[in-house]
Write a protein that binds this ligand. Structure first.
Ligand code: AHR
Length: 316
């Protein structure tokens, strides 16, 4: 009898001594790009390192799937939610439901149009600034030369598509020799980038009338490079190419002379997100509403082969 009581007591001490692992729901957009794949990999790794039970949901690019996932996380009583929102609008109701349930939400890499009291913080880059960095690079590189630019936009209605378009236009405003002659979404995918670039080339005298491509991400630029080669032109020379993300494959393209510049977006959004959540859950510390990551420009003179080697095993 005494032995049984001692064993029971030991078990209950052990149970209370171990703090319950946090459960965090992650509503991811999908896997449209190499960058997105890396963000998913790094989020899983970071969660594992910290002993977090990560409930992952792939929305396959659909907002309604993200809304259902968030509702399911709320019903399961998770401790927090990470949300990479596919588009900027339409989140008010579900974010209010999370707030009502006292579950903090952290936005990853994209912004929403909702009031900022509906989420704890947002981790991401200054998306307008990214577009400005790309535009400034092109403006400096082109100088006084007449330059007809084509633009591959990201997913329509997403904050990076809206803001990267805006930033680029800010940078080239007032430069009469630079003109965006065509702009269309390639949905942040390689196939989208290739298809849309094919139509741009066809419409612009086989590409002879295009001086530069601005792509809202590297994957679309890589698809476009393929289309440019198939049209018999030299990407990186006949058509200058600037894009955003800094994925390994764009460095390979830069090393081969096929692409010119990229603006880095770190895929490690989860590290700062989990830090903010841990502090908030420990003692209620409120993070800044926006935790900004760096936007660094890389060009062909930054040893792209070495950059490729440094990134190639990071989950892209
Ligand atoms: O929101 C970040 C963007 O989404 C990345 O630049 C792009 O590759 C991704 O799909």
């Amino acid at each position: 009898m005494i032995r049984t009581l001692l064993v029971t007591a030991a078990i209950s001490i052990a149970a209370t001594g171990v703090s319950a692992a946090q459960t965090i729901g992650f509503s991811q957009i999908g896997s449209e790009s190499g960058w997105r794949a890396a963000e998913t990999t790094l989020t899983r790794k970071e969660a594992e390192k910290r002993g977090i039970d990560l409930k992952f949901s792939d929305a396959q690019q659909r907002q309604e799937n993200q809304i259902s996932a968030i509702r399911s996380f709320i019903a399961q009583g998770v401790d927090a939610i990470l949300l990479a929102p596919v588009v900027a609008t339409g989140w008010d109701s579900v974010l209010e439901e999370a707030k009502e349930a006292e579950i903090p939400v952290v936005l990853l890499d994209r912004q929403v149009d909702s009031s900022d009291d509906l989420y704890l913080t947002a981790v991401g880059s200054d998306l307008v600034h990214e577009g400005e960095v790309a535009g400034q690079w092109l403006a400096e590189n082109v100088g006084d030369q007449e330059c007809r630019i084509v633009e591959l936009q990201g997913t329509t209605g997403s904050s990076p598509a809206i803001d990267r378009a805006k930033g680029f236009r800010n940078a080239i405003e007032g430069k009469d020799n630079l003109e965006i002659v065509r702009s269309q979404t390639g949905d942040f995918t390689r196939t989208g980038g290739k298809e849309v670039m094919e139509s741009f080339l066809q419409a612009e005298n086989g590409g002879q009338d295009i001086c530069a491509l601005y792509a809202h991400n590297d994957d679309m630029a890589i698809g476009a490079i393929q289309a440019i080669k198939e049209a018999g032109l030299n990407p990186g020379e006949d058509i200058k190419i600037v894009s955003i993300d800094a994925v390994p494959d764009i460095f390979q393209a830069m090393a081969a002379g096929d692409a010119n510049a990229t603006v880095e977006l770190t895929p490690n959004m989860a590290g700062p997100a989990f830090d903010a959540l841990e502090a908030y859950m420990a003692d209620g510390t409120m993070p800044e509403k926006f935790i900004q990551t760096e936007s660094k420009l890389y060009t062909q003179s930054d040893d792209p082969q070495a950059e490729y080697e440094a990134r190639k095993d990071l989950g892209y």
